[in-house]
Design a protein around this ligand. Structure first.
Ligand code: C5P
Length: 320
């Protein structure tokens, strides 16, 4: 009997300890989020009629507020995340080289990414992918959306009726880079260390390196509005949102999850393969009829977008 009583006492003690840890953790989390408040964390309740739903179980199982979307001068990356990122485009150089390159970035670009924050805001965003699915979908972009990121070589000139005129953020990587006007944020998705080096050089001395396709040596854009996506965020999108499907998430899918993290209301346009299963573009005739969705899990990405819409987390507009 004494051993049974001991076991019971031990169980009660462990239970009390667990409750204690839970309470302490809750307090600690609150403390940490106040101490480390960053402008791109959606910490305040939004002032929209309907905000990104945090009581949707499917959504909360995937949405992780604690992953920093953008690199800042206070960057830190786990070695595990670096190893994953290194595998995307077969980077050879090591973690020390990566860290030194990121340190260098912030000699040229803002130490903290420029994402406005206010306590009583309703930030409505439109994310525009490059699919022809855009044609014929409604165009509320210039009237109610304040954050319409465009992707890669996507363009607005000549497509104002479908895309809208104003682009506040343009998501790109070196091989897809285009010049921007002075008011548009350049959001770089880096797939290798060279992409970070490109960013610095394209704004300063000029880039002369080679890649799997030609890369612009100089870029015209406002350097004070440059933002670089955190490799840890890219890994989170792959692991959590895509359940590791595809080699890595597409630029467009990452832009969509970014919008979930920094906006209060998200509308999505221009996503979805054409009837042959190819990721063709609204602005050009497809040359490679066997393109499919490249190294990306296109069907799964599309299913997640549809699920987000079904759960009323986003509005997904389709032309087909
Ligand atoms: O092809 P590109 O990468 O420039 O397009 C930008 C993004 O738009 C893609 O990464 C993808 O997420 C999305 N897209 C799509 N369906 C298409 C074309 C592009 O979903 N037909």
């Amino acid at each position: 009997f004494p051993s049974v009583r001991h076991a019971t006492v031990l169980r009660v003690f462990i239970l009390l300890l667990c409750v204690g840890v839970f309470v302490v953790l809750r307090e600690r989390v609150a403390e940490v989020s106040l101490e480390n408040f960053s402008p791109f964390h959606n910490t305040s309740p939004c002032a929209c009629g309907k905000c990104l739903s945090e009581d949707d179980v499917w959504f909360t199982q995937r949405f992780n507020k604690s992953v920093e979307p953008f690199l800042s001068a206070k960057h830190s990356l786990s070695e595990a995340a670096f190893r994953w990122w290194k595998g995307i485009q077969l980077e050879k150089r090591n973690f020390i080289y990566y860290s030194a390159t990121v340190d260098n970035l912030f000699k040229t670009f803002p130490a903290t990414p420029d994402v406005e924050a206010s306590s009583d805001r309703c930030r409505t965003c439109a994310v525009v992918g490059n699919s022809g699915n855009l044609n014929g979908s409604p165009t509320p972009l210039d009237t109610h959306c304040k954050f319409p990121p465009l992707m890669n070589t996507g363009r607005t000139k000549g497509y104002e009726a479908d895309v809208g005129k104003r682009t506040t953020h343009h998501v790109m990587y070196p091989e897809s880079a285009v010049d921007l006007d002075n008011t548009t944020h350049l959001v770089l998705v880096p797939f290798k260390i060279q992409d970070l080096e490109w960013l610095i050089k394209a704004f300063t001395t000029g880039f002369s390196g080679a890649s799997y396709m030609p890369v612009k040596s100089h870029i015209k854009a406002n350097k004070d509005l440059v933002m670089v996506v955190n490799p840890a965020f890219m890994r989170y999108v792959h692991d959590t949102w895509l359940e590791k499907k595809g080699r890595y998430p597409s630029t467009g899918f990452m832009a969509l999850v970014l919008a979930l993290h920094i906006c209060d209301e998200v509308s999505v346009f221009g996503y979805g393969a054409d009837k042959d299963g190819n990721w063709s573009h609204y602005f050009e005739i497809l040359k490679n009829k066997h393109l499919r969705t490249g190294p990306h899990a296109g069907t799964h990405e599309y299913d997640v977008i549809q699920q987000l819409h079904k759960n009323q987390i986003i509005h997904f507009f389709k032309g087909w």
